[in-house]
Design a protein around this ligand. Structure first.
Ligand SMILES: [Zn+2]
Length: 303
């Protein structure tokens, strides 16, 4: 890889549970693209219970351990935790301080900020090197990370604001919480969905190359949406569109920290799974969600 060339990062921002794992896998089958998954969660590498999609525990996965060792050899940090703590200071999505600093450009000439930029750059370079792919897909979703990438002189950020109907997101969160014996009230899911999409709108206004994609539109018309993402990111997705049209398998490679789908070896593009919430989410939950997030639903053309 050319060290002087900017690293193209195709970054997905927005709410979780919006279908980014599927997009990560599908785009990762492009010959120039590595689908990295939720790259802000690299600390999972040291969580012994986390399995890579290659079926090895992440810590033993040949690919991820090579990436991490390479990255650590190029930055000043002694270990991954201290390196990732620096990421957290700049791009902590739940930290008002981080947002205010980014918004007003505070501390962006400091040594810490330069170290942060360097650390992020070296991380993506290691990914490019070990995957032997030029472009990295990052589905971290965190909009503040997108803003920080836009400020990085070594990164060529291409941002997709991925939106899915908030009621589908709420249903997915509820289902997941139930499996873990927790509760996820509708009002909380609605607030989360509204706030994260508004923050993503804000960041989108600061980014040069960007697009809004509704997950439902991608499922309905994958060819059209991939062409639009391709125009924005200057990548030719015709090979991927052909694969979808001929119902080919999409291979899943070394994906970490997405949802459970990544544990299969291959997937096929499926058209039918985006509407299940309509029958399953209770009517009371639906109307509460609509009341709490009416203007955001309308903004993204959800009825
Ligand atoms: Zn692996």
């Amino acid at each position: 890889m050319d060290k002087n060339k900017k690293i193209k990062v195709l970054y997905f921002a927005g709410s979780g549970r919006s279908g980014s794992t599927i997009l990560n896998i599908i785009l990762g089958n492009h010959p120039q693209i590595f689908g990295g998954g939720e790259l802000q969660n690299m600390c999972e590498v040291y969580n012994a219970t986390k399995i890579c999609s290659c079926q090895a525990p992440l810590i033993n996965c040949k690919f991820w351990s090579s990436v991490m060792n390479d990255w650590l050899s190029k930055v000043d940090d002694d270990n991954i935790d201290s390196g990732l703590k620096k990421w957290g200071n700049v791009e902590g999505v739940f930290s008002l301080k981080s947002w205010l600093k980014m918004y007003f450009g505070i501390g962006q000439k400091s040594k810490e900020f330069k170290e942060y930029l360097n650390s992020t750059t070296e991380f993506y370079r290691s990914l490019q090197y070990h995957s032997n792919k030029e472009i990295v897909v990052d589905i971290s979703k965190n909009p503040l990370r997108a803003w920080a990438l836009e400020k990085n002189p070594n990164i060529d950020l291409r941002m997709v604001h991925l939106v899915r109907d908030g009621r589908a997101v709420a249903w997915s969160l509820k289902k997941n919480a139930k499996e873990q014996n927790r509760k996820r009230p509708t009002w909380r899911a609605a607030m989360f969905w509204v706030v994260i999409n508004r923050l993503t709108n804000l960041v989108r206004s600061k980014v040069q190359h960007k697009i809004v994609v509704r997950y439902e539109d991608f499922i309905e018309n994958p060819g059209i949406i991939l062409k639009q993402i391709g125009l924005m990111s200057e990548v030719d997705f015709s090979s991927i569109i052909n694969k979808i049209e001929s119902n080919d398998d999409f291979v899943i490679e070394h994906v970490m920290a997405g949802n459970a789908i990544r544990k299969a070896n291959t997937i096929k593009f499926q058209t039918s799974n985006s509407e299940g919430w309509k029958n399953k989410l209770r009517p009371g939950s639906k109307s509460l969600f609509k009341t709490l997030s009416f203007s955001s639903l309308k903004k993204f053309n959800y009825q």
